[in-house]
Design a protein around this ligand. Structure first.
Ligand code: SF4
Length: 745
């Protein structure tokens, strides 16, 4: 990816100078990894332990960072009291110390400068870099209004910059975790049950009798406590039904693997509803008392028989019937899992609605073994003035998508391109902890936006691809070196977890709370930063919820009694769902009022041309997106991805195991790097599969550069969800280039 005005800079040796300041090198202990390795190697009185919560993925497991007498981090282990991990970290979490030891880390602030015709970075002091950011923020505010400075964020650091932006007067905020990930399921489950799914998902896998996974890769996607509960459920004999064109790890543990034809899931879901309704497999008393629109749904699915679905999905009608009965027998202890990365074909809200409706028909919401009623503790806000009211923000940018509940990244990017027909214009970005180059599918759009920006700040721990486009790069210290906001997430019982520094920040890096405060004070927003150290904020907040920083530094996690009532809805209990009708909406009054299909409809999606295959992508247990590809501990476990190809297809193409091939998509885009072939029966003949997050193009990511291929590079066709603006990315097809000369010529 190249832009014109904003010349991409591969962070140079100059830019990576920096001065090692505080910490010493880390010992080898941190590289010890195994699945769920939480073994405490016996008491070691010389270790000090510091509480943290993991930042390697969004599950935020609470942990202890162990530091030896020499100030070296020797291991990170799970906190036994934490419901997110139950004392056990996943391989990525155990390897989190690699984020700290990675010698490719950003080490000092960088500022873009002209060197003849070329752009390059020069090292800068924090004073200079922050002065520049603040003066540009002032300038944008005076010229266009603060709304024109946007924040694109991910992870814990983003919340510190969100505070800065809201104080500055901009609510032009978006994160790929919504429109490029889980947005559609939140819209769909809200329309059905009146509640977001949220994170962690309130799936009661611990007590389920039947778990249905549709394109959801629990086990490869390491949602820690979910994986633990799923493995216990399997041991208990729970039925697992996995719907996936690929035999994932979860599929290999399942009683039923439904190797569905890609893009046909809604047809299967409608057929399941047909069987449950027309074979009278539902609980009539439950349907009458708690649901709205049953008769509408019954009429709607009348013709969607398993035989109808067979012609679309290629799944045998007898298997559709058998699996529907398995679900009904288990009900209400059954979970049609909402999934996580659910932006596939642009009709994703409707597919997720079908999954929510099926849960509604089976009565699993609020029931043991289905979905528990989640709860979390509200953390009081540290005293500060009210935020100003921006004239416009993320809601106005997403006005064409009435059910968007957060900023739509792609709309924010579109508003950054002058030629695009948008009412409001974005002129500058602050990007925190998200490598947009590997996250945003439509590269043309991203490239044009990057070219048009007047100013771009990137804050990260690593020289990820996006840093190459920045005017200023702010190097953040890792989660092991900083205080952060209190973790309070939904779960069965409320709990809070503390993150504190186990070691001083390496090199010339800083925590994002400090950067936000420094910029804020330069902007005259000192009233929003009425403290010297972030630990003061934490102590104040913790005291308000009956603990203190001193106690939390000792215990790491504190649990609270539920305050909202029982975990489940009692049988026959009067219960009002927070929807328009107070019922589980099988027929959505909200969607109908907005002119959308109130019940899901199957739409045929394009098929690949001959010689092309559906591109499916997913996760590996040792990596999170593209951000861990360079982690020395984790790249040691998996340093490249491979392309999964069915033996029948491999034969046609005369492909051999581990042969390197290039991928070319339907729009003629060729992968920057070759990828090795994995020939396996575990993938349908019409599809290929690769793990997301590889094929890095920045040479300064020395472990990750050029290893494997990037799936995002192949995703040039995007289907927008009309309800909430998500970017469906699974409608892309690839073919193979086996002759390297054809790529280079
Ligand atoms: S699931 Fe793994 S990577 Fe994610 S927060 Fe937990 S330990 Fe860290």
């Amino acid at each position: 990816m190249r832009t014109n005005r904003r010349q991409f800079i591969r962070i140079s040796a100059l830019g990576l100078g920096g001065v090692a300041t505080a910490a010493t090198a880390v010992g080898a202990g941190g590289s010890v990894l195994s699945i769920f390795d939480s073994s405490d190697e016996g008491p070691n009185i010389n270790f000090k332990r510091y509480p943290t919560y993991c930042e390697v993925c969004f599950w935020k497991c609470a942990a202890w960072t162990h530091v030896n007498e020499d100030g070296e981090i020797v291991k990170i282990i799970g906190n036994d009291d934490d419901p997110h991990c139950n004392g056990r970290l996943c391989p990525r979490g155990t390897g989190g110390v690699g984020m700290y030891t990675d010698t490719d880390r950003l080490k000092t602030p960088l500022i873009r400068v002209k060197d003849g015709d070329k752009d390059t970075f020069r090292e800068a002091s924090w004073e200079e870099a922050l002065d520049l950011v603040a003066s540009k923020m002032k300038g944008i505010k005076e010229k266009y209004g603060s709304e024109s400075f946007a924040l694109l964020k991910h992870g814990s650091s983003g919340s510190h910059f969100e505070h800065l932006f809201k104080a500055y007067g901009s609510d032009t905020i978006g994160e790929p975790a919504y429109a490029q990930c889980r947005g559609p399921r939140e819209t769909a489950f809200s329309a059905t049950f009146g509640s977001w799914v949220g994170s962690p998902e309130p799936t009661d896998i611990r007590d389920t009798k039947c778990l249905v996974l549709i394109g959801s890769h629990i086990g490869e996607n390491m949602h820690n406590s979910q994986v633990q509960e799923m493995s216990e459920a399997i041991d208990r004999g729970a039925t697992i039904i996995t719907v996936d064109p690929r035999m994932s790890t979860a599929a290999s543990k399942s009683k039923y693997w439904l190797a569905i034809k890609p893009a046909t899931d809604i047809a299967l879901l409608l057929a399941w509803m047909h069987v449950i309704i027309y074979d009278k497999l539902y609980d009539e008393a439950y349907i009458n008392k708690y649901t709205y629109g049953f008769e509408d749904l019954k009429n709607h699915v009348k013709n969607f028989t398993p035989e109808w679905a067979y012609g679309i999905t290629t799944i045998d009608p007898s298997v559709i019937r058998k699996t529907a009965r398995e679900m009904a027998q288990a009900a209400p202890a059954v979970i049609i899992h909402p999934g996580r990365h659910v932006v596939w074909y642009g009709d994703d809200t409707q597919r997720e609605r079908a999954m929510a409706i099926l849960n509604g028909l089976l009565g699993s919401w609020g029931k043991r073994g289905g979905f528990y009623l989640k709860e979390k503790l509200a953390i009081p806000k540290f005293p500060q003035p009210a935020y100003p009211h921006p004239k416009w923000g993320w809601e106005e940018l997403g006005e064409h998508y009435p059910l968007a509940q957060m900023g739509i990244t792609n709309e924010l990017i579109r508003a950054s391109i002058p030629e695009e027909d948008t009412k409001h214009k974005v002129k500058a970005w602050f990007v925190s902890g998200t490598n947009l180059v590997k996250t945003i599918p439509n590269k043309d759009l991203l490239e044009k936006a990057l070219d048009s920006l007047e100013f771009l700040v990137v804050c990260d721990t690593m020289p990820m691809d996006i840093t190459g486009y920045a005017d200023v790069v702010l190097p953040e210290c890792t989660y092991l070196e900083r205080y952060d906001g209190i973790r309070s997430a939904t779960n069965r019982e409320p709990s809070v977890a503390l993150r504190m520094p186990a070691v001083k920040p390496k090199y010339n890096t800083k925590p994002s709370w400090w950067m936000g405060k420094e910029i804020g004070e330069r902007l005259g927003l000192g009233a929003y930063y009425n403290y010297k150290e972030y630990s003061e904020v934490l102590d104040w907040q913790l005291k308000k919820i009956g603990t203190s920083l001193e106690e939390m530094e000792r215990i790491g996690v504190k649990k609270y009694e539920r305050g909202s009532g029982p975990l489940y809805i009692g049988d026959g209990e009067d219960y009002e769902f927070p929807t328009n009708t107070g019922k589980v909406e099988l027929y959505s009054t909200e969607l109908a009022a907005l002119g959308f299909d109130p019940m899901p409809v199957f739409t045929q999606h394009p098929e690949p041309e001959e010689g092309f295959y559906h591109l499916n992508y997913g996760r590996a247990p040792m990596h999170t997106f593209s951000r861990t590809a360079n982690n020395p501990n984790l790249s040691d476990l998996m340093d490249e991805n491979k392309i999964w190809i069915n033996p029948r297809v491999a034969k046609i193409w005369n492909l051999k195991k581990d042969q390197e091939i290039y991928l070319k998509n339907q729009d003629g885009v060729v992968s920057s790097f070759p990828i090795k072939v994995r020939i396996t029966e575990r993938i349908r003949w019409d599809s290929v599969y690769m793990v997301h997050g590889f094929g890095h193009t920045n040479k300064k990511l020395t472990n990750a550069y050029g290893k494997g291929a990037s799936d995002t590079e192949m995703i040039t066709k995007v289907m927008i969800d009309p309800e909430m603006g998500g970017t469906g990315m699974r409608g892309n097809f690839v073919t193979f280039i086996t002759d390297k000369n054809l790529v280079e010529s």
